[in-house]
Design a protein around this ligand. Structure first.
Ligand code: SF4
Length: 296
């Protein structure tokens, strides 16, 4: 499998693929800055501190967004947790709350907060864990705040979705009074509240496709997807809310030249850039992924 995506996706493909299959990533530098915000050492420190505070981690369920390293998925699998996507986050959190009192959500604080809010969890019961602080600081939260929290949010974010602002939405509404605003749940809470619709990439694509001809739609997600949707829906005005095009700096590192290089190497009998997730990591990560797949 030659996987033209980012590192964490190729890892997931390796975990879920059959034993005889190999996964190749054309450029090993194609990563995700959000996934990199949850290093295993920081996660273990946080888990230990929360276990000490609560007396145990029995009632704390780790949930990680798909956009995370295999090691974090494995951590979740090993500790009774699960993986989610932006499409099934509500369903996954409902499952998690059946398993325990609190959820520790990695690595995207915005998806965690927006999902919790959609489920009726008050913002005061969702607390941010600042992993950049030195160990021993409870991620910058007061013990009593953590005690009354139902969701603890890892302080990670997507560099692309974090760029959207409410000013952009206001300007879009001024320019186009009949505009519909649809955004991805990786956007900040205030953006999601100001939008008309919120949903995963598939939801956004569907939203645009099903809008009547002549619709004006402002989209809060990654620019290349928005450009594709604009092209596929010539009877509608589809534009990105962020006028300054700033694509993800890591996601686009799989260029045709890299793809050609790995394909030529494979044709010559050499496997290059193979993604190999260690067996122990695979075993635990598979548990978390399979729990998610069983919820679909
Ligand atoms: S756009 Fe880039 S930083 Fe954001 S989730 Fe995707 S790969 Fe990660």
């Amino acid at each position: 499998i030659v996987f033209c995506g980012v590192h964490f996706m190729a890892e997931a493909a390796d975990i879920l693929s059959a034993a005889h299959q190999q996964v190749v990533l054309p450029n090993m530098e194609a990563g995700c800055s959000m996934a990199d915000m949850a290093a295993p050492a920081d996660v273990h420190v946080a888990w230990r501190e929360l276990g000490d505070l609560f007396g145990s981690t029995e009632d704390l369920i780790p949930v990680t967004y798909m956009n995370s390293a295999a090691s974090l998925k494995a951590f979740c699998g090993e500790h009774g947790g699960v993986v989610c996507t932006s499409s099934n986050a509500v369903k996954v959190l409902e499952w998690a709350f059946e398993q325990g009192k609190r959820v520790f959500f990695f690595p995207d604080q915005h998806l965690g907060r927006n999902t919790g809010h959609a489920m009726g969890i008050p913002l005061e019961e969702m607390t941010l864990w600042n992993w950049r602080l030195p160990a021993g600081n409870l991620g910058g939260a007061a013990p009593e705040q953590l005690e009354r929290s139902r969701v603890i949010l890892w302080q990670g974010h997507c560099s692309v979705h974090q760029r959207f602002t409410t000013t952009q939405i206001e300007e879009a509404r001024e320019r186009h009074p009949d505009v519909q605003i649809v955004v991805h749940p990786e956007c900040r809470y205030d953006i999601v509240q100001a939008a008309d619709a919120i949903g995963s990439t598939a939801y956004i694509a569907n939203y645009v496709a099903e809008a009547p001809a002549g619709s004006v739609i402002g989209v809060g997600t990654e620019i290349n997807l928005v450009s594709r949707l604009a092209k596929e829906n010539p009877d509608k005005t589809v534009f990105c809310l962020d006028p300054v095009v700033c694509p993800c700096s890591t996601m686009y590192r799989v260029h045709p030249a890299y793809l050609a290089w790995v394909m030529e190497s494979l044709a010559a009998g050499h496997t290059v850039n193979q993604i190999v997730v260690p067996e122990e990591v695979q075993a635990h990560a598979r548990i978390a992924l399979e729990r998610m797949l069983a919820l679909r």
